[in-house]
Ligand binder design. Structure first.
Ligand SMILES: [Fe+2]
Ligand SMILES: [Fe+2]
Length: 231
């Protein structure tokens, strides 16, 4: 078994474009956002912005894993099924917790308890991936394939849903069929609050954002389909 990707150099991971290096960079960004939120400093609006950035990165990152990485691991590794079931369960529980946080709102006293639970799960998910799943993937892929998988994962991540969707299945094809259309709405909502005054303006901005997201998704899906298979 290869060592944790946390302990390998970028060169050992296959270079900056490798899926392993890209994963580690995102995990570090997630950890930084969680620490900023936990520090409790700054005005409440700033704290909510940090939480929004964290939620966007968490769900787009995880959706791309479920769509691109874990199906590859199941194809390549004999224990891929058990390993991926474990992280999919973590993703589902994070979805449930963040959905509940959004439902009750930031003023509810339970909000930060749920956040602490969700952060513990995100940290567990990162450890499982860096120590178990990603080293296993590394055993089966050379540098060129790690880079190809990295670019496919990045393409999906850039157009993935950015909010929790607990009812969307964690595996393809169900996750893509239901999740991809929701991505357009998530990204439209992400654009809304600032800078668009009237309700009509907000609706127009949402419609434009939906069109832009749908166009980007169509292009991304074509690029992933055109990518050469790993085997
Ligand atoms: Fe990850
Ligand atoms: Fe994950």
């Amino acid at each position: 078994m290869n060592p944790s990707i946390a302990r390998q150099s970028v060169e050992q991971l296959g270079g900056e474009a490798s899926v392993l290096a890209r994963q580690r960079r995102d995990h570090a960004a997630l950890e930084q956002l969680m620490r900023r939120y936990e520090s409790g400093g700054g005005p409440p609006a700033e704290r909510q912005r940090v939480l929004r950035d964290l939620v966007q990165l968490t769900f787009s990152h995880a959706f791309a894993e479920e769509t691109v990485l874990w199906p590859a691991l199941r194809r390549l590794a004999p224990d891929g099924e058990a390993l991926t079931a474990r992280v999919e369960d973590e993703h589902q529980r994070i979805n449930d917790l963040v959905t509940e946080m959004e439902r009750i709102g930031a003023d509810d006293p339970r909000h930060d308890e749920l956040a602490a639970e969700a952060f513990a799960l995100i940290r567990q998910d990162i450890r499982d991936e860096e120590d178990l799943l990603l080293p296993r993937l590394q055993e089966h892929l050379d540098r060129a394939r790690l880079r190809r998988l990295g670019s496919a994962w990045e393409t999906v991540r850039r157009t993935a849903p950015t909010r929790p969707h607990p009812a969307v299945p964690r595996r393809p094809p169900g996750n893509a069929l239901l999740g991809v259309p929701l991505s357009a709405f998530d990204r439209a909502r992400d654009l809304l609050p600032a800078g668009v005054g009237s309700p009509a303006g907000r609706r127009a901005a949402a419609a434009l954002a939906c069109l832009a997201a749908a166009w980007t998704l169509t292009r991304a899906t074509r690029r992933v389909r055109r990518a050469r298979p790993l085997r």
